[in-house]
Write a protein that binds this ligand. Sequence first.
Ligand code: PXP
Length: 261
Amino acid sequence: MIKLGVNIDHIAVLREARKINDPDPVEALGIVKRAGADQITIHLREDRRHIHDEDARRIVELSPLPVNMECSIDEDIVDIVCRLKPHRATLVPERREEVTTEGGLDIFKYEERTLAAIEKLHAHEIEVSLFIDPDLEIISRSDALGADWVELHTGSYANIYAMLHSNLPHSHHSIESLELPRHTLRTKLDESVETLKGAADHAASLGLEVAAGHGLNYQNVHAIVDIEAIGELNIGQSIVARSVFTGLEEAVREMLKLLRR
Ligand code: PXP
């Protein structure tokens, strides 16, 4: 059965809009567990734009579910993660000016730093996932570097899905700004699912655990759930957005229904 990690960063985003202490992401921990999800995911960004060090400390200490902490390969951040000892660290690329994580970690360009981060995290008994593009060579290298998990970036799939199904101008979606005909978008969507499936199968054949995430929502998640080799999804924005109207517990339950149909 595919597992769900709920990324609760966006609760802290709302708090930071006022720079006060409400809503507190720690309050989400029990609710997410009660709803039946499997994991809490947070991202301790270098610029601390949402989750702060004290949030991360309390979340790791108090979470009744395993905590997956996303972080960059920056040494200072990796040291903090090693001290906090979450269940898992997911190494992600980070650019300060981005709205959210764009693209997977470039483990060829940053091979030495990635390897150093993996070794340090392993020395602290923290399992390591690499957030990467669904590319066979990158997956093989992730395995060679000693990663336990890969998390496949579904942003490209999600962008194409949104271009095909929303009435927003295509220029609102980061990957392609050209107005493409619908049949081309359909072909591209099918191709992106095939790419994710091939990547997941390859990772599983190497013995890696396989997660996926980014941009997944109640409308587009079905095709990813159908990829057998993917064992876990990490989803944040769409669940927290829905929770404004339904409450967090119901929003998580609704997503779980789609995962476990
Ligand atoms: N997985 C990783 C590695 C991420 O960086 C993010 C975004 O923080 C997510 C999953 C969740 O993405 P979204 O908020 O679009 O569901």
